[in-house]
Design a protein around this ligand. Structure first.
Ligand SMILES: Cc1cc2nc3c(=O)[nH]c(=O)nc-3n(C[C@H](O)[C@H](O)[C@H](O)COP(=O)(O)OP(=O)(O)OC[C@H]3O[C@@H](n4cnc5c(N)ncnc54)[C@H](O)[C@@H]3O)c2cc1C
Length: 520
């Protein structure tokens, strides 16, 4: 099968790129589950942009760079902040509706922002965006969407990337899709951790594929842990949006004492890494709660209807009860290294969204900057994408679809559970050399167990676990290498930030199956 643009992933980054290039050529989107299954669909808080008269691009840049702890690329952050308002107009053109108050866009505050600048649609901003974009995609005659199609690997020639090998899950077939340019928009990695806000799709496939294809991967040690997720036995780590704290919710310990102000002047609105570590430590002495009851039932139901409903499922009524919370893996700041047009270090391979490292986030992400990053850079990439139409489609004359043999085994479930538990325990919120040594040994062991399956067939579970182990290895190696604490990366054996030696990025590249580490 041939196409002009092959987009892997149907979150905000992939859908936005597809909608923008549909005027120029034929687009195929492959996505491993249903179109709406994505991190985007779960985004709650909103999207940060300068819209107020008393706000400024300079202030948005300053806040982003501050939270990035010395490793954000200021040129790229400037593009992000300057292009923000255009990105919002772009979303409005797809029919996205943001909340208004007195005919003005309603803005909320989140951690690290020096003023309210986050646009939102109630507490389901991501769903509103994903739905509106999906409707536009469905109306386009130039875009085909293949759901339940899993991208296994990129197809390479000396000219660069020429497409991807796809597993059609429902029809039990493998086929190659050839394209003038291939786009990875595969999202994050949260699911490699036992406790995460991310859905099952977030297994880092795009990052693993790009690594195998020879692309550079950067800043992988910087995994952001969200401080406040529902902490109830038997409940998923459902996100309790930062917007609650933005609207005045406070954190209290088991004795009912408000504790955050003792650790940071910004209190409950300190950067996420500081709050996550503080809660993690407080949890050693008993439960930690978020309290928004003082805002009143009317306000809470109006502003946070979805969070209210979700918590009720687990017997927590946020209008009358304290909400038990704990941190969970949430967002990867690093990923496939790209420039502002999404160009990777492999020819004819672009990447957008959470799977990338554009340089915006550095060592930590400012809240609500990731939806914005996805739109801004996929739009810029789309403007340049016409250039790829002159590429030949390098498909062989005879293309074969091959049936695949399934692997049915409990062992894969065990491997996945062991990996996720170990990543949480050994390369989580608080890291040490000793624990990361254990993780590196664990990964070698898990890889040997996965090798046993080699040649017996494929299924998505096997492919995902292989990718998860690859990504876990990058995170662990980077975290092990960085002998300091910075942003989301905290080590008790190197608890301070060391600008003299570590104001640099850790970058990986795989050549002839060997992983090379270097600094940029
Ligand atoms: C609970 C939650 C709340 C959040 N809240 C906010 C917020 O308020 N503001 C903000 O800015 N950010 C927020 N974020 C982060 C933000 O949602 C994500 O960073 C962003 O949506 C990523 O978009 P994306 O398009 O890169 O990836 P995603 O939206 O995750 O989409 C990835 C797509 O790739 C597909 N895919 C993956 N691998 C393959 C494969 N091998 N083959 C085929 N398809 C594949 C997936 O199925 C999916 O369709 C939140 C994240 C979570 C989890």
């Amino acid at each position: 099968m041939n196409t002009d643009f092959l987009v892997v992933g149907s979150g905000i980054a992939g859908l936005n790129f597809a909608l923008k290039v549909a005027n120029y050529g034929r687009v195929i989107i492959v996505t491993k589950k249903e179109i709406m299954e994505s991190n985007t669909n779960l985004a709650q808080g909103g999207i940060a942009t300068v819209t107020r008269k008393d706000d400024s691009v300079q202030l948005h840049i300053k806040d982003t760079v501050n939270v990035g702890s010395g490793l954000s690329n200021k040129r790229i952050v400037k593009i992000l902040a300057e292009k923000g308002p255009e990105a919002i107009r772009n979303l409005l053109s797809f029919g996205v509706k943001f909340d208004k108050e007195n005919d003005e866009l309603h803005l909320t505050t989140e951690g690290g922002h020096s003023m309210a600048r986050v646009l939102h649609s109630g507490d389901s901003t991501g769903r509103e965006i994903e739905q509106s974009m999906t409707e536009s995609i469905r109306k386009s005659k130039d875009i085909e969407v293949f759901e339940d199609c899993f991208a296994i690997d990129l197809i390479l020639k000396n000219t660069g990337c020429i497409g991807a090998r796809i597993l059609d899950i429902k029809n039990r077939k493998m086929c190659d899709i050839f394209a003038r340019v291939t786009i990875l928009a595969t999202g994050g990695i949260g699911y490699i951790y036992q406790n995460t806000t991310n859905p099952e799709i977030a297994t880092g496939d795009g990052i693993a594929m790009a690594l195998r294809a020879g692309a550079k991967i950067e800043d992988m040690e910087f995994v952001q842990f969200h401080p406040t997720t529902l902490n109830k036995l038997g409940a998923p780590h459902f996100l309790i949006s930062e917007a609650l704290r933005g609207e005045g919710a406070i954190l209290v310990n088991a004795r009912g004492e408000r504790f955050m102000l003792g650790y940071d002047n910004m209190g409950e609105l300190a950067p996420r890494d500081i709050i996550s570590r503080t809660i993690f430590n407080e949890l050693k002495n008993g439960p930690v709660y978020l309290d928004i009851r003082h805002k009143g039932k009317g306000f809470i139901l109006d502003r946070f209807p979805m969070i209210h409903q979700e918590c009720l499922k687990y017997d927590v009524d946020i209008t009358t009860d304290l909400i038990p919370v704990s941190p969970a893996a949430h967002y990867i700041c690093g990923g496939i290294k790209t420039n502002e047009y999404g160009e990777t270090t492999v020819a004819n391979l672009l990447a957008f969204g959470e799977c990338t490292c554009t340089g915006v986030h550095g060592a930590n992400r400012l809240a609500s900057n990731s939806l914005l990053e996805s739109v801004v850079f996929s739009s810029l990439g789309a403007q340049k994408a016409k250039n790829y139409l002159k590429n030949e489609i390098e498909a062989p004359p005879q293309q074969k679809e091959t049936a695949f043999a399934n692997i049915e085994t409990q062992e894969l479930n065990y491997i996945k559970a062991e990996l996720r538990n170990a990543m949480w325990d050994y390369v989580g919120i608080i890291r040490t050399e000793e624990k990361m040594d254990l993780m590196l040994r664990k990964l070698e062991h898990l890889n040997r167990r996965l090798d046993v399956f080699g040649g017996t067939g494929v299924n998505t579970q096997f492919l995902e676990i292989k990718n998860m182990v690859t990504v876990a290895n990058l995170i662990t190696k980077a975290a092990h290498t960085r002998k300091e604490s910075r942003g989301t990366h905290y080590r008790t054996d190197y608890p301070t930030t060391d600008d003299k030696n570590w104001l640099k990025h850790i970058c990986f590249e795989q050549r002839e199956e060997k992983l090379h580490t270097f600094f940029t």
